[in-house]
Design a protein around this ligand. Structure first.
Ligand code: ADP
Ligand code: ZN
Length: 604
């Protein structure tokens, strides 16, 4: 392990392990099969890359997507690690070169697609190379129970026969126990060590709000994240185009991405995003597979996904570098209704599961509890602290209204007075005392509950109804989502249950601890100057900027302001090769900036 520690310092510029990295590396090192479950950004790649460097021979990595392989190989080469990939996009000459490096035993990591590793002529070449171990990335693809089953992954059940005694490490971000067991079985792992990390992503700040003027809501966020990368998810293709256009007209740099565009156009926009040529990609969920961009600082959902699994995966694309990032969810009752009606034709069993997932998602939006806790609980884990310090609830962006009980009683009574025959919109109109034609015609202005909440905007009342639904006091029934009062809701009328209703807080929001920590001591102007240099170098070398240096390394530079090699090497994320390759250029910017602003250099 000492060697591994030295290697991660030398090549990657890291001084410590992230949780479970050490344990995962020990497995590969000692020849024990393993299944490692860590969230996105948990540092899975280093778990196999570092042992690959220190162990004799060649390590094989199986990965499902060419884009992912390319990204990882580019990043390894930048760090000075000898790595290569073989996939259908390589020319004959390029492939030949890779084979030569295998033959000369200079290669430490070889990335392959699942189809290739089990084809005849390959097997012989790989056998001769005596692989040190095989790492299987995105291992949940092997399981039909996972969310991304790939038939070609099934063939990897043969690996243990083809390479007798080989150590296999399986890595994934999403695995229920069922999927985990299936991975072990399908890959014929022998008594594997199972390492499951916390699914919590403490650097992500979750915020949830009802949707109203979505374009303005989005602009507020973009204003706070000027020049930073982010993803905006829309449910429909049409919304993608519209929003992207509208934002561009306002001067933001965005591009659309959805399955209805030509491959060429999609690829172009994705590249522009990855290379920081635009800031924001506006997309349907078609976007994201195979994107490893580490410096995504915000993910905005302009509509509610149909499950927390989806939400976790999409929002999880933020902050892969471990630095703080914001995840916003703007939801509406309409989204709930849309999904529900799309599920109409499902067979009953599947419908039940889908509805349970949809309700779980909706509860996340409408429940007044810590968002980190809420997500973790859904995935069967606990958060060990009372205040996560990284969600709108814990940061005090939202506050409970003082008279939750009375307000809830007014709403529930109104639903009963309306004989449980109307939806949320209509009920809110009655409660706020609207003179809408339908209400007058139905003589609902004569009800005792008419106008009981007239001092609030309809939007607020509408949202309280949604909150009560999410918290299980009200049910939405049938095709028209008619509001029904549940037994729990009747208990509210008897003062036996107290719902928690929320409104946006008036006081300014606190900043998350993750944000405070990662910006502490950082000179932001210098950070921007370093970022400009990074973009320039990346575009010359035709690689994504985050592969040159991550945001974390740039912030640490702008904090320590190194002006000579030794202190440049102290920067987190600077290994020996990058120091040699880029040190001078970045230090020149630092020295120039510090001279101009009379700032000290080489801080600790
Ligand atoms: P995953 O594959 O689990 O999503 P990655 O391998 O992409 O995660 O790593 C996430 C981020 O964490 C990357 O930016 C990586 O450079 C960083 N990282 C990984 N290991 C360490 C470490 N030991 N110390 C500091 N940063 C690390
Ligand atoms: Zn919280």
């Amino acid at each position: 392990m000492e060697n591994i520690k030295k290697a991660i310092h030398k090549y990657w510029g890291y001084t410590d392990f992230l949780p479970l990295q050490k344990e995962a590396m020990e497995c590969l090192n000692s020849g024990k099969d393993s299944i490692v479950v860590l969230p996105t950004g948990g540092g899975k790649s280093l778990c196999f890359q570092a042992p690959a460097v220190t162990m004799p021979g060649l390590a094989i990595v199986v990965s499902p997507l060419i884009a992912l392989m390319k990204d990882q190989v580019d990043a390894l080469l930048e760090c000075g690690v000898s790595a290569a990939r073989i996939d259908s996009s390589l020319s004959y000459d390029e492939q030949k070169q890779v084979f030569e490096s295998i033959h000369k035993k200079t290669l430490k990591l070889l990335y392959l697609s699942p189809e290739r590793i089990v084809t005849g002529n390959f097997i012989e070449i790989l056998k001769k190379a005596k692989p040190s171990f095989i790492a299987i990335d995105e291992a949940h693809c092997v399981s039909m129970w996972g969310h991304d089953f790939r038939p070609e992954y099934r063939q990897m059940g043969r690996l243990k026969d083809i390479f007798p005694g080989i150590t296999i490490g399986a890595f994934t971000a999403t695995a229920t126990e069922q999927v985990r067991n299936d991975i072990a079985e399908q890959l014929h792992l022998s008594n594997p060590q199972i390492l499951v990390g916390s699914f919590d992503r403490p650097n992500l700040v979750y915020k949830v709000q009802p949707k109203n003027k979505i374009e303005n809501q989005v602009c507020d966020i973009l204003e706070r994240h000027k020049n930073e990368s982010g993803v905006i998810y829309c449910i429909r293709r049409n919304d993608v185009e519209k929003l992207s256009d509208a934002l561009n007209k306002k001067g933001y740099r965005t591009a659309p991405y959805h399955a209805g565009m030509t491959d060429k156009k999609r690829k172009k926009n994705q590249e522009a995003f990855i290379k920081d040529k635009i800031d924001t990609i506006v997309a349907t969920i078609a976007f994201g597979m195979g994107i490893d961009k580490s410096n995504v600082r915000y993910v905005i959902h302009t509509g509610m996904p149909k499950s927390l699994e989806h939400y976790q995966q999409e929002s999880g694309r933020a902050g892969r570098d471990g630095l703080e990032a914001e995840c916003f969810m703007f939801y509406s009752a309409g989204d709930y209704g849309t999904w529900k009606s799309l599920m109409r034709d499902m067979p009953p069993e599947a419908l039940e599961i889908a509805l349970a997932k949809l309700n779980g998602m909706y509860s996340y939006c409408t429940n007044a509890v810590c968002r980190h806790k809420s997500i973790l609980q859904y995935f069967g884990q606990n958060l060990e602290k009372d205040n996560c310090g990284a969600c709108d609830m814990c940061l005090g962006n939202m506050e409970y209204i003082e008279d939750s009980l009375i307000t809830a009683q007014k709403i529930i009574s109104c639903i009963l007075r309306l004989e449980q025959r109307f939806g949320g919109e209509y009920t809110a109109l009655v409660l706020t005392g609207s003179e809408d034609m339908r209400i007058l015609q139905n003589r609902h202005d004569k009800l005792s509950t008419y106008g009981l909440l007239a001092e609030f905007p309809k939007r607020t009342v509408r949202d309280w109804i949604e909150q009560l639904t999410g918290q299980g006091y009200i049910d939405k029934v049938g095709e028209f989502n008619v509001l029904n009062v549940t037994p729990k809701g009747f208990a509210v009328l008897k003062n036996k249950e107290t719902p928690k209703l929320l409104k946006p807080a008036q006081k300014p929001a606190k900043v998350s601890k993750a944000a405070l920590d990662s910006w502490e001591g950082v000179d932001r102007e210098l950070f921007d100057a370093l970022r400009t240099l990074r973009t320039k170098i990346a575009s010359q070398k035709r690689i994504p900027p985050y592969i040159v240096f991550g945001d974390g390394a740039l912030r640490d530079m702008a904090r320590k302001r190194p002006s000579h090699i030794n202190s440049f090497l102290d920067v987190k994320g600077v290994g020996e090769k990058k120091c040699k390759q880029y040190g001078e250029k970045f230090m020149n910017v630092i020295i120039e900036y510090c001279t101009e602003h009379s700032l000290d250099t080489n801080l600790d």
